[in-house]
Ligand binder design. Structure first.
Ligand code: CS2
Length: 467
């Protein structure tokens, strides 16, 4: 079997890889980044070869080990009415920060580096329940003790910016591509906070000089499995250790604040706007909020995939009503977004027959995702005097899901897994409401929240949905 590589490619890339230069450093080279951002950059390289990517994993070497023998190439499979196979060459270099610390530091401090991008998921930001940096987080404590050998991405950003300041270079622009509300502003506050604890003058320089634009990122990306590897081999005749699959649809809305000498991302379909937070809120609350609801309720009702959960007519109409009647009124529609049409388009994407998106994958990291996806909507609905009965069903279903996994001895994928297993084994609403990292005490103690949550929690015993 021949392995995918520059030498074995049957059709050349749309650019000569040797002509490219690295001007983007990316942290978190997981499936979403390779499905989304790297595919835009792959398109961009055809007209502007200056923007190849150095992809940095913080601790794990799996992606580097899979892709380095393939010259960083991987197959991207787009699943829609037709299936498209393409090879992306956007990743020119693969590093593992825990092994290649000097090379990562050099990349961050290189005058060529203009953009540092991040897909490290919610937990990578080391935030407390209130959305500010957790200075007691073990990784952050480590990075304060050993600032030039960081383990967190926040530590790396501070170290990289510090080296640039010392070298008299301008800061790079840092671009969060994670599903957090106001991701750029939140990241900036987090980086400035850590810098503050290290060196107040550095913190002032970052706050004044560095850009952290917000972004909304979207493309449904089911995890890679052996079936995908086999499909890629059958179609291309080349062995690819880590192909990626996603839906055909992809969207990237970016705050128009990339700074001087930025890549022309608009030329490859990125929307640049000054109203990005409204786009982000709509996507996060509607798509991700509905996804998490489908995941926990769907799993309790015996479904395995998002499209399987959508084939459950009662669940699908519950989710649609929640999106249109409960979530939509909390949103401000940015120019160019018709919310009811957006909801219908999302539901159609969830039904995509070409994709088997596992509910168990969406159910990962519930302690990190749910507060962001659901509780902001709940607070807004409560403040406006609107009911929250449907909105809190995802929270109740998550509790029942955690109890079920804990009692069955099935591992829970979540940075709070240990605490969750303990809580799940104890069981009962009060035990969950005491998890301050998930439920801010003011909310947990508010009867307008805890009352409907109690009803939903009781109903989820038999996975029944409110009317
Ligand atoms: C999903 C997201 O796994 C999950 O939690 O809700 O990964 C979702 O598929 C993406 O945000 C879509 O852009």
């Amino acid at each position: 079997m021949t392995r995918l590589s520059l030498a074995s490619l049957p059709l050349p890339l749309a650019y000569n890889r040797d002509d490219t230069t690295i001007r983007i450093v990316h942290f978190g080279p997981g499936a979403f980044f390779r499905a989304h951002q790297a595919s835009y950059i792959d398109d961009l390289l055809a007209t502007d070869p200056r923007w190849a990517i150095s992809a940095v994993a913080l601790k794990t070497s799996g992606v580097r080990n899979a892709l380095a023998p393939q010259d960083g190439l991987y197959t991207l499979v787009e699943l829609g009415e037709t299936t498209r196979f393409r090879v992306s060459g956007a990743i020119r270099e693969l590093l593992v920060a825990s092994e290649d610390a000097d090379r990562v530091a050099d990349r961050l401090a290189s005058p060529d580096t203009r953009l540092v991008t991040l897909t490290v998921t919610e937990k990578g930001y080391c935030l407390k329940g209130d959305g500010t940096l957790d200075l007691d987080h073990p990784d952050i404590r480590h990075d304060l003790a050993e600032p030039d050998r960081p383990v967190s991405v926040i530590g790396w950003l501070v170290e990289g910016l510090s080296r640039r300041r010392a070298a008299g270079l301008p800061p790079f622009t840092t671009l969060s591509c994670d599903n957090l509300p106001s991701n750029g502003s939140k990241l900036k506050a987090t980086v400035v906070r850590l810098a503050q604890a290290r060196d107040p003058a550095l913190a002032r320089w970052i706050a004044a000089e560095a850009r952290f634009p917000c972004s909304m990122v979207d493309s449904i990306t089911p995890a890679t499995d052996d079936a995908l590897r086999a499909r890629v081999l059958a179609e291309t005749g080349l062995e690819d250790a880590w192909p990626i699959q996603r839906e055909t649809f992809t969207q990237w809305v970016l705050e128009d604040d990339l700074g001087p000498d930025a890549p022309d991302l608009a030329s490859v379909g990125v929307t640049l706007t000054h109203d990005v937070e409204a786009w982000e809120a709509a996507k996060l609350r509607l798509l991700n909020g509905a996804h998490s609801t489908l995941a926990y309720v769907g799993l309790l009702r015996g479904h395995e995939t998002v499209r399987g959960a959508m084939a459950d007519a009662e669940l699908a109409s519950f989710v649609r009503a929640m999106m249109l009647e409960d979530i939509a009124p909390t949103l401000h529609a940015p120019a160019g977004l018709d919310i009811p049409a957006y909801v219908e388009a999302l539901l159609a994407r969830f039904r995509n027959p070409a994709i088997a998106h596992r509910l168990s994958q969406v159910a990962w990291d519930g302690s990190q995702k749910l507060p962001i996806r659901i509780l902001g909507t709940v607070s807004d609905a409560m403040a406006a005097g609107r009911p929250v009965d449907r909105l809190i069903v995802a929270m109740a279903a998550w509790m029942r899901f955690v109890e079920r996994q804990a009692r069955a001895g099935v591992a829970i994928t979540d940075p709070m897994a240990e605490k969750l297993v303990e809580t799940g084994l104890r069981g009962g609403l009060a035990a969950f409401l005491a998890l301050e990292a998930v439920f801010p005490p003011a909310l947990a103690n508010n009867p307008a929240f805890a009352g409907p949550l109690r009803n939903a929690y009781d109903a989820m015993q038999s996975s029944s949905l409110p009317a």
